[in-house]
Design a protein around this ligand. Sequence first.
Ligand code: UD1
Ligand code: MG
Length: 458
Amino acid sequence: MNPSSRGPERLDGVTAVILAAGVGSRMHSTTPKVVHQLLGRPMAGWVVAAAAEAFATTPLVVLSPATASLATELSEQVITASQPQPLGTADAVRCALTALPASVGEVLIACGDTPLVTAAFMREVVVARRAAGAPIAMAAFDAEDPTGYGRVVETADGTAERIVEERDATDDQRAIGTVNAGIYAVDRSWLTDALAGIRPSVASGELYLTDLVAAAHAAGTPAPIVFGPEMELEGVNDRHQFATVAAALRERINEGHMDRGVALLDPTTTWIDVQVNIAADALIEPGVTLRGATTIGARTRIENGSRIEGSTIGEDCTIRSSAIEGSIIASHVDVGPFAHIRPGCSIAAHCHIGNFAELKSTSLGTGTKVGHHSYLGDAEVGEQANIGAGTITANYDGQQKRKTAIGDRAFTGVGTLIVAPAGVGVEAKTGAGTVVLADIPDGCTAVGVPARIIREPK
Ligand code: UD1
Ligand code: MG
């Protein structure tokens, strides 16, 4: 999963070409299939990551105008080619060749909709072609249900005679359980010539890349078939396959975390994006979702139903059934249940954030407690402050947002309303229901609506 950390040396002399310009109509989505997110990466991003791990050269991705956004979403460096119209997989490869550096003599073609493919398997297909001295090698698997895949017609000696797409297949051919995985290792100059000979399919009008296999057979240089496990080669054409593949990726990621000492009480309901880092001895309860660039510290407990996105949580924290986005939480903090920490918060160590509290763009100093049903927006709160239940910062006047400052060891009574930019000073206090319209100076106690000072510091 992490390209630099495992696996043998990257293979030299071959460039991956990943097809990601199709529509994916069987998903019934307005978003192109290969752009759909799977555990923190677009679907095609998984194939790109495997290729980057497998080969020394930068992978090439074929994009359509509708999938062009992929280029910026990928964490790996890629070369891109554009296929203006989805005229079929052979046309996509033709477009790829126009953008492929002249020095590239061999390609590994893969589909952007097979996100479970591994670097090791990609290398295996290349090695098999080289060993056979064939112009093309293809990958196949025995499918539990071959529906939707191209069926592989084999020769007596086990090479490929041709691939028949489902819509063109006879009943006998449909009964074949060996299917084309859509992964091929190909000699570039042979590929250039062979693509020129491909004619549109009568059934669909598309240019099928699979016709290369029949061309190789006809020329007396048939493609060796490299068999792989269905668990690595399943293609995603519809929402059912999408769910199966998502579950497989979830399992791979979760097993990695458990191997490294993270306690996942129910890995089947725990969804952790590929970018997430979790320290050993953290404990993740059922139904938790961890997204994006998130880090969880040692011995931290994330309780059921929590959703944490793009956030850093320190050590020894407890997060109970809460949502945290784009924020940084130090160690020994407890949150929730049912708190919402929105982007831009920074919570220092030993803070407590109670149930139904909401924070946005707010910082809390060490040891501060924010009681239940509070809302702090654009607030800067000092250390050891106590924010009483139902305290609200009115930070938006309909036109602009203003900041609120609350000092160290300040204490706000239940239901205090602080209208920004008014603030509450160091060691200042408010009584229940106080409406603060002007700054409460340090050490003062204020009550009422609007707040009036009833006690000055001694
Ligand atoms: C393809 C194979 C089929 C194989 C299956 C494996 C062909 C004709 N058929 O079928 O034999 O069993 O993959 O999963 O190749 N794409 C483009 N441009 C296009 C069309 C497709 O870039 O014009 C891309 C898609 O984004 C996708 C990949 O090529 O990533 C495969 O296209 P898809 O339509 O899913 O082909 P399948 O019907 O699955
Ligand atoms: Mg497909």
